[in-house]
Design a protein around this ligand. Structure first.
Ligand SMILES: [Zn+2]
Length: 324
C-alpha cells in the first residue's frame, strides 16, 4: 500500500491490515481514505501535517506526496519527524475537478456545518478530526504545509499564504519557505475558513498554504519543475539542517479585498492577468452596485482574481509589499 498510497485513495480501498511497520522501520497507520500517519521508531519532537488535493484537480502535489511516502516506506528517505499525510478531496480528484459541490478550502473551522448537504462537508469534518487527533499526541514543534497549484500564472511562480495569527512568525519559517523555493509570502490579516487557518488557530501549528505552479491533470506533471520544493520537503522529513544561501521570500500584506456583491460585479482590469500583477495608484480595479475598488497605495498587486465566484464571495485580494 505504501508504494502507491494514491491508488488506494482514488479507488477508496482500505488496506488490510490498516497499520504496520514498513521495510524502513517506519510505523504507519491508515486513518481513513487518503489519511496516513507515519512515524519513526523513536520519539520525535517535530510533527508535520502534509496535505495536498484539497482542490481535486491540483495533481502535482498529490504525486509528490505519493512519491515521498513510497521513499519513506522503502528507506530511500529516512524519516526523522512524525508526519500525517492527507490527500484532501478524493472524489474530486477522481472526477478531475477542483471540487464537486463547494470549495473544500472554505469549509474548515466548522464552516461545513452550515452546508450539511454538500459533498465536501463530511470530508472537511473528517480532515479536522484527523488533524486534531494527530496534534493531540504532539509534544514539540507543529507544522502544517498544505500544497496547491494555481489556476493562473503568477509573477512569482511559487508563493506561500500565511494564515492570520496574532503572534509573529519565527524567522526560520521564512528560511524554510526559501528552502522550499518560495519567492513570495502573502500574509492574511483576517480569519478565514481555510485548512491552514484551522491548523494555525485551533492547533497552534506553523501553517502555510503553498502555491507551487500550474494545475495539470494526473500524469501530465513535469515533476522536475517541482524538484527544489521536493528537495526541501525531503530535508524537513529527514531532519536535515536548513540549506544556506537561498534568498528570503518577498513579503506582501493584504490591504484590500474585492467583494462580489451582485451579478453586476465587473473586474475592470480583466480576468486573465497573472497573480501579483502590479497596478499604480488610482487604477480602477473593480466595480459593483454602489461599490468600487481603486488602488489607494503607490502600488498594489492583485492575487486570485476570479470574477466568476458566487455572489457574496471574494473575487480577489489586493496586496502591497512590506518594506523590511
Ligand atoms: Zn488549490
Amino acid at each position: 500500500m505504501l508504494e502507491d498510497f494514491l491508488h488506494f485513495t482514488l479507488h477508496n480501498e482500505t488496506p488490510e491490515p490498516t497499520a504496520g511497520t514498513a521495510p524502513s522501520g517506519v510505523r504507519w497507520r491508515w486513518l481513513g481514505q487518503g489519511m496516513l500517519e507515519l512515524s519513526p521508531p523513536r520519539q520525535v519532537d517535530t510533527h508535520m501535517v502534509l496535505s495536498a488535493g484539497i482542490h481535486g484537480d491540483e495533481t502535482a502535489p498529490i504525486e509528490i506526496l505519493r512519491d515521498l511516502v513510497a521513499d519513506l516506506a522503502s528507506g530511500a528517505l529516512p524519516l526523522a519527524i512524525r508526519v500525517l499525510v492527507l490527500l484532501g478531496n478524493a472524489p474530486a480528484m477522481t472526477a478531475g475537478k477542483r471540487y464537486l459541490d463547494d470549495d473544500l478550502n472554505r469549509l474548515f473551522c466548522g464552516a461545513y456545518r452550515k452546508l450539511p448537504h454538500c459533498a465536501e462537508s463530511p470530508r472537511a469534518a473528517a480532515l479536522e478530526r484527523a488533524v486534531a487527533g494527530f496534534f493531540d499526541e504532539a509534544a514539540g514543534a507543529r507544522w502544517h504545509l498544505d500544497l496547491h497549484t494555481a489556476i493562473r500564472p503568477s509573477v512569482f511562480e511559487r508563493f506561500a499564504l500565511l494564515p492570520h495569527r496574532t503572534a509573529p512568525y519565527r524567522e526560520d519559517v521564512f528560511d524554510w519557505l526559501a528552502a522550499l523555493d518560495i519567492s513570495a509570502v502573502l500574509n492574511h490579516r483576517e480569519q478565514s475558513n481555510t485548512f491552514t487557518y484551522f491548523s494555525c488557530s485551533q492547533h497552534n501549528a506553523l501553517a502555510a498554504t503553498l502555491e507551487l505552479g500550474k494545475v495539470m491533470p494526473f500524469g501530465m506533471n513535469d515533476l522536475t519543475r517541482f524538484a527544489k520544493v521536493t528537495d526541501g520537503l525531503r530535508l524537513m522529513l529527514s531532519g536535515q539542517p536548513l540549506p544556506q544561501g537561498a534568498p528570503r521570500p518577498r513579503i506582501f500584506d493584504v490591504v484590500g479585498q474585492l467583494d462580489k456583491q451582485s451579478e453586476r460585479f465587473v473586474l475592470v482590469v480583466g480576468s486573465q492577468m497573472a497573480n501579483f500583477t502590479a497596478y499604480p495608484k488610482g487604477t480602477l480595479i473593480a466595480t459593483d452596485d454602489g461599490y468600487q475598488y481603486a488602488v489607494a497605495h503607490e502600488e498594489e498587486r492583485i492575487v486570485f482574481p476570479n470574477p466568476k465566484v458566487k455572489v457574496g464571495l471574494r473575487a480577489g485580494l489586493m496586496v502591497v509589499e512590506r518594506v523590511v
